[in-house]
Write a protein that binds this ligand. Structure first.
Ligand code: UTP
Length: 409
């Protein structure tokens, strides 16, 4: 893109301020700025002008049937056998969503490179790989791994994995792909300048993971390997069980398009999105969308009716994902603290929210899957999220949970 083209485009879009410092930049800076402008996905304008209706109005919400731990124990061996067979046959791959910015943890670089060790280094990526390698050892085959990064952390992430010898995994079985970037805007809809030569672009949420994987040409790799199921998981949870044979077997045997690992809510107001039905389709209802009545509703056994809290560990049927990949999922507009160029020419992260980002969320894929099986896990064994440095869902709380599971820190 030439300067003239950029200028014409930005004037038409009302974003000409992005060229404010152009004349001050050296040749490399000018090229970086023009590249950045060329990469802006302008569909954010539509999301801003006509925000998706996320009010949930018109939904007909009811509880969903799922598998409690007792149900799983009853058929444990049967589920495990089918899961192990599927994994042995190469039908299961893992997809790590690691394109996020980890703003709340507040560290530079990829969140998975964070060292949670105490007496020796133990990186988040490493701990998750230790879990995956247990399955590999049990089944005697490698579960291929696909890792989603973003422009913000791709080079650091790939370098980190290489430096650590892919945590004992064969390099050929770890593939990286980048998600897309959306601009961040201020409260007047103007794209924020992060640096004189860099518009503020940020990862567009984890909802586009499958289309990004497909655009990167990796579906061919999946098909060539005979993969039928994708186990997606978040980088935050250090107790994440990946390609868990019992979960895989249960999802296959129940004939659904998606299995969803879930923790059962311990109180009606726990802040976790829960699986539910919307009419005949599965869905997720956020805790703040539940009415008092729904939050406290009980089933015939006296358990909470809206029980199954999601923990971002889903097993998706590949053919179903391919079928729905072109269907639109809503764009969420979220207020965030966005690094920006200040009046004095210095780039800073503000202390409070200063603008909006545009994100599609993986949970919104659930409604498109047609059928979902909630699968309860023991919270203390499988859920240790790291969102913050201290307090709730933090490095501290995750360390305690790891210790409780015999992990030496
Ligand atoms: P979070 O919602 O916790 O977001 O992501 P985050 O960006 O990591 O952290 P904050 O909100 O800035 O503190 C849940 C999972 O989805 C991935 C994250 O890497 C994490 O594994 N994710 C999130 C992406 O892959 N891409 C995104 O654009 C956002």
């Amino acid at each position: 893109m030439t300067y003239e083209q950029a200028k014409a485009l930005l004037e038409e879009k009302g974003q000409a301020h992005l060229l404010k410092y152009y004349d001050e930049l050296d040749a490399a800076g000018k090229a970086r700025l023009l590249d950045g402008i060329a990469s802006i996905a302008w569909d954010f304008e539509e999301a801003l002008a006509n925000p998706a209706d996320l009010s949930g109005k018109g939904r007909v919400i009811s509880p969903i049937e799922g598998l409690r731990i007792a149900d799983i124990e009853e058929r444990y061996e049967e589920y495990e056998k089918v899961g192990v067979e599927a994994i042995k046959a190469g039908k299961v791959a893992a997809v790590l969503l690691a394109g996020g910015m980890g703003t709340r943890l507040g560290v530079d670089g990829p969140k998975g490179a964070y060292d949670i060790g105490v007496t020796k280094p133990l990186y988040i990526f490493e701990q998750q790989m230790n879990n995956l390698k247990e399955v590999v050892a049990k089944c005697g085959v490698i579960v291929p791994l696909y890792i989603m990064t973003s422009d913000k952390n791709h080079d650091q992430t790939t370098a980190f994995w290489k430096e650590h010898d892919y945590f004992g995994y064969p390099e050929a079985d770890v593939k990286f792909f980048k998600q897309e970037m959306a601009p961040a805007v201020d409260y007047d809809g103007k794209i924020i300048l992060e640096r004189k030569d860099t518009p503020a672009l940020s990862p567009n949420g984890n909802g586009g993971w499958f289309s990004s994987l497909q655009k990167a040409g990796l579906c061919e790799d999946l098909h060539a390997r005979g993969v039928e199921w994708l186990n997606i998981y978040a980088v935050d949870n250090v107790l994440q069980r990946i390609a868990d044979p019992v979960f895989v077997g249960a999802t296959i045997l129940h004939g659904v398009n998606c299995g969803a690992k879930a923790i059962c809510k311990t109180n009606p107001y726990e802040k976790v999105g829960v699986l539910c039905m919307d009419g005949t389709q599965p869905d997720i209802i956020e805790y703040y969308e539940l009415t008092d009545e729904m939050a406290n509703q009980k089933d015939e056994k006296g358990n909470l009716a809206y029980l199954y809290g999601v923990i971002m560990n889903y097993l998706f049927r590949l053919t179903k994902l391919e079928e729905i990949v072109d269907q639109k999922i809503p764009v969420h507009i979220v207020e965030k603290k966005i690094e920006c160029l200040c009046e004095d020419g210095v780039t800073r992260k503000p202390e409070k929210e200063n603008g909006k980002k545009f994100e599609a969320l993986a949970v919104d894929l659930i409604k498109l899957m047609g059928s979902v099986l909630p699968f309860e896990v023991v919270r203390e064994k499988e859920f240790a999220p790291i969102k913050n440095k201290t307090g709730v869902d933090s490095v501290e709380s995750a360390r305690e949970l790891l210790k409780g599971n015999g992990v030496i820190l």
